[in-house]
Design a protein around this ligand. Structure first.
Ligand SMILES: [Fe+2]
Length: 284
């Protein structure tokens, strides 16, 4: 049921299952890639997931480079650093491997690398001036649902303003949901990202912009998330519950793509931008 909804309402091809990260190289090749820039963060890298992704790409015969300097709530500085790597390496495909921050940063890099200018030029909707490079999302948290969204949230490093940059061309061509990448999280991360995903399911269901499609997605997401949140807190290695949370977060992200969010996120984003409150704590 969940997978059917994703196949029907998302333009992103979803590949899911324990160990599916090993398919990253094959998927990249299917998208015509020869040179892949992986965008990740050091926490995910130290857990070994980034290397597993790089290994899969190299085994498929692809040239790879890595930018792993992304931090929580990525800013124009992170996009600038990643852009430098892209300009030097000249990738033909980007991979966002990590939480929402890594995936959003990959989108941000792609906007500026493919279309020129600066990040602020893409603040708003539909501002891309050309096609973007194909991208694959590999979420290692069950939270933002960025893998099924065409928006990137990038903060202006000078003003702290969160810029929502959205364009259908910034959607991932494919996303890999490998629950084994989520079992290594600290419990605080599992809790904060899980609350974020639950908030997405609830807010997208009650927002005035809800519609028949977003409601279906919100309800399915809620069923998966509410039934498994406690399990992953109490039993972090429960791969089945982890997979359900990952799918739920992905569906909630897609619900947002079809509706929008509501009051909790409107109130939370300034708290994060101004005081650095962790996103999942601010919405919860
Ligand atoms: Fe959120």
């Amino acid at each position: 049921m969940s997978k059917d909804l994703l196949d029907k309402y998302s333009s992103t091809r979803i590949v899911a299952g324990p160990g599916s990260l090993a398919q990253l190289g094959k998927l990249s090749k299917e998208l015509g890639a020869a040179r892949v820039l992986v965008v990740s963060d050091r926490g995910v890298a130290s857990a070994g997931h980034t290397q597993r992704g790089l290994d899969s790409l190299e085994s498929a015969g692809l040239a790879v480079d890595l930018y792993d300097g992304v931090e929580e709530n990525p800013t124009t500085i992170h996009v600038g650093e990643g852009l430098e790597r892209a300009n030097a390496f000249r990738p033909d495909l980007l991979v966002g491997l990590g939480g929402g921050s890594a995936m959003d940063c990959a989108k941000g890099i792609n906007f500026v690398y493919s279309c020129g200018g600066s990040m602020a030029d893409y603040h708003g909707v539909g501002k891309a001036t050309s096609e973007l490079l194909p991208m694959i999302g590999v979420p290692t948290t069950s939270g933002t649902g960025s893998e099924t969204q065409s928006f990137a949230l990038i903060s202006d490093a000078a003003t702290h303003q969160k810029m929502a940059c959205g364009d259908k061309r910034a959607s991932f061509k494919a996303a890999i949901l490998d629950p084994l990448t989520t079992v290594t999280q600290p419990v605080q991360v599992t809790a904060a990202t899980g609350i974020d995903a639950i908030s997405h399911a609830v807010e997208s269901y009650v927002t005035r912009q809800r519609n028949d499609v977003s409601k279906k997605l919100s309800v399915e997401a809620w069923n998966l998330l509410s039934g498994n949140f406690q399990k992953v807190i109490e039993l972090p290695e429960d791969v089945e519950a982890r997979a359900a949370m990952q799918l739920g977060a992905c569906l909630a992200g897609l619900a947002i793509e079809h509706s929008m969010l509501g009051a909790a996120h409107s109130a939370a984003n300034p708290l994060t931008a101004r005081y650095g409150v962790i996103h999942g704590v601010a919405v919860g």
